[in-house]
Design a protein around this ligand. Structure first.
Ligand SMILES: C[S@@+](CC[C@H](N)C(=O)[O-])C[C@H]1O[C@@H](n2cnc3c(N)ncnc32)[C@H](O)[C@@H]1O
Length: 286
């Protein structure tokens, strides 16, 4: 018996059974609906419910999760893209819009699932000439991003064709010819300090790749800022004149990161907040 052919009463009973396992009616409904849509049947729904009951994030259990206009494949290879990063993309798109010329090159450093890069490729206005480069040091994360580009090719082949995935550490992944030519650099790098890990939500701490979360103190001495610093200092060399860098960070890092950006020679340095009003980004220009 599959869920779609089950009578209403049986589907309701299945939601009830899954709810007993996962402890939440909304999640139970999503799991049953997902099993139905994927043709997994009743047994498949029970397998998903047991994974969730064992503590796996709902997003990994379902295997896809919405991000802005996209439905992205997500699994243990990368961090689940988060609502604050949707705001980061909004700020980055605004920076492209005020550039005063059509953006030609946008970079997403540490792309993970590809959330930022794919959104830029889909949403940049007048972006038909925009190349979007997505990098990651993790081959597994990059493989997941590649699967998301392949999914995107089914619905928006023009946007998918704008994307280029490259493996490597921060700017070292990029072709040297892009130095000084990037209109936009966006990154959501690791920014959790080692000693902050125990305080993270266990669903994130135990399931997201550690390499997506943890960063060293950096030269400024601010906890967890090493990768943010690397992106900001590199941006001064890789941005085109007038180009913008937008980096996600934790609220307590914002002032220190703004100082790093100024010391790197960037101009128009400012911080931006997420929807909850917390300082979550530093933005700067060349
Ligand atoms: C916080 S996750 C962000 C993922 C994705 N951009 C998002 O917003 O959902 C950080 C990403 O940076 C990658 N990363 C960590 N160190 C890196 C490095 N040295 N060079 C490039 N990418 C790196 C991780 O593999 C991970 O995918």
């Amino acid at each position: 018996m599959t869920v779609p052919t089950a009578p209403d009463g049986a589907a309701r009973a299945l939601v009830g059974e899954v709810r007993t396992l996962v402890g939440d009616r909304r999640e139970a409904t999503w799991i049953v609906e997902h099993a139905e849509a994927a043709g997994l049947g009743v047994q498949g729904a029970r397998v998903l419910a047991r994974r969730r009951a064992a503590g796996e994030p709902l997003q990994y259990v379902l295997g896809t999760w919405p991000f802005r206009t996209l439905e992205l494949r997500v699994d243990r290879r990368a961090l689940v893209p988060r609502p604050e990063t949707e705001v980061v993309v909004g700020v980055a798109l605004d920076e492209l819009a005020v550039l005063g010329r059509p953006g030609r090159v946008a970079i997403d450093l540490g792309t993970g699932s590809g959330a930022i890069a794919l959104s830029l490729a889909v949403e940049a206005r007048g972006g038909t000439d925009l190349e979007v480069w997505a990098t990651d040091r993790s081959a597994e994360a990059l493989a997941l991003a590649g699967e998301n580009v392949a999914r995107l090719a089914g619905t928006d082949p023009a946007a998918a064709a704008r994307l280029r995935l490259v493996e490597g550490s921060w700017f070292a992944a990029l072709p040297a010819a892009l130095a000084g030519r990037c209109d936009l650099i966006v990154a959501n790098p690791p920014y959790v300090a080692e000693d902050e890990l125990p305080g993270l939500d266990p669903v994130v701490r135990e399931w997201a790749p550690r390499s997506a979360l943890v960063a060293g103190p950096g030269r400024s001495g601010v906890a967890g800022l090493a990768d943010v610093e690397e992106v900001l200092t590199g941006a001064a060399r890789w941005l085109a004149p007038g180009g913008a860098v937008v980096v996600e960070l934790a609220p307590h890092q914002a002032a220190g990161a703004a100082d790093v950006a100024r010391r790197a020679g960037l101009a128009g340095v400012r911080t931006e907040r997420d929807l909850a009003g917390r300082l979550r980004m530093v933005v700067a220009h060349r």
